[in-house]
Design a protein around this ligand. Structure first.
Ligand code: CNA
Length: 240
């Protein structure tokens, strides 16, 4: 069984930590993940969430997409939790080089993290598909039906939907950070969404720490595995 002391020693001796996270990092902020028992994939909708969150669905059923999206993906009142805050502190201390996240909620930046690679984009950014005008999240949340720009174009969130590719420069930055890290912390992710989940294979450093409530396909390859809550665990680690 991995211990807090072992984790503390690894963090004390690390100079370039990279954090790779998923939806489980934000559940302690009250944002549901996808695959836990109380996650979005285990609730009942007219269509399965992975279908609603696809490019084809957005094109064909834009109003239906937005109904789900406003209800389940957009949170205006959520605050960073202990995991987000600990990571921001570690970066400030000069020991963390990057956060690579599959999350789209902007909570790492809200906690103060500077170098954040958002593999799947962010709900905080929304653009007109016609003229590229920027719209804040509040505009989407407070609009009804399909949100439209002043120019008449449809507004689309800067979120990578299923069937869409990742942004090249984000991928490049994330892979570079992972390849040059000495410690990789993987947390709050089922490691089932590709290509993102494949990024951890680029790690060449000494220690991989896995923190996830449920088991993952990577458990037998990590240096330390914790089946615990990420915020509760990390906040016990002192940043020296
Ligand atoms: P997932 O497949 O829902 O897996 C989440 C994992 O986190 C599960 O294995 C849980 O056991 C685990 N978990 C939940 N809470 C905790 C906790 N407190 N501490 C430790 N582990 C916990 O989510 P993934 O991120 O792996 O899947 C990738 C999808 C989910 C990405 O495309 C995201 O955009 C998408 N997503 C993002 C958010 C968000 O931005 N907050 C919310 C829901 C889904």
């Amino acid at each position: 069984m991995a211990t807090i002391e072992q984790l503390q020693t690894i963090i004390d001796n690390s100079k370039k930590v990279v954090f790779f996270g998923g939806a489980g990092v934000s559940t302690e902020s009250g944002i549901p993940d996808f695959r836990s028992v109380d996650g979005l994939y285990n609730q009942k909708y007219d269509y399965p969430p992975e279908m609603i969150l696809s490019h084809t669905f957005f094109e064909k059923h834009t109003a239906e997409f937005y109904r789900f999206y406003r209800d389940k993906m957009v949170f205006l009142d959520k605050k960073p939790n202990k995991a987000h805050l600990w990571l921001a502190e570690l970066e400030k201390a000069g020991k963390l080089t990057a956060v690579v996240t599959q999350n789209i909620d902007g909570l790492h930046q809200a906690a103060g993290s500077k170098c954040v690679y958002e593999l799947h984009g962010s709900v905080l950014r929304n653009f007109c598909r016609n003229c590229r005008k920027f719209y804040p999240i509040e505009f989407i949340k407070n609009s009804e039906g399909v949100p439209h720009c002043d120019c008449g174009g449809v507004i689309k969130p800067d979120v990578v939907l299923y069937e869409e590719g990742l942004d090249d420069s984000t991928v490049f930055g994330a892979l570079n950070a992972i390849q040059t890290a000495d410690t990789l912390i993987i947390a709050g992710t089922s490691l089932t969404v590709y290509p993102a989940a494949g990024f951890i294979r680029y790690f060449r450093g000494d220690n991989t720490i896995l923190i996830n409530r449920d088991e993952t396909p990577f458990d037998d390859r990590a240096t330390l595995v914790f089946h615990e809550k990420v915020g509760e665990l990390l906040s016990q680690i002192k940043i020296n």
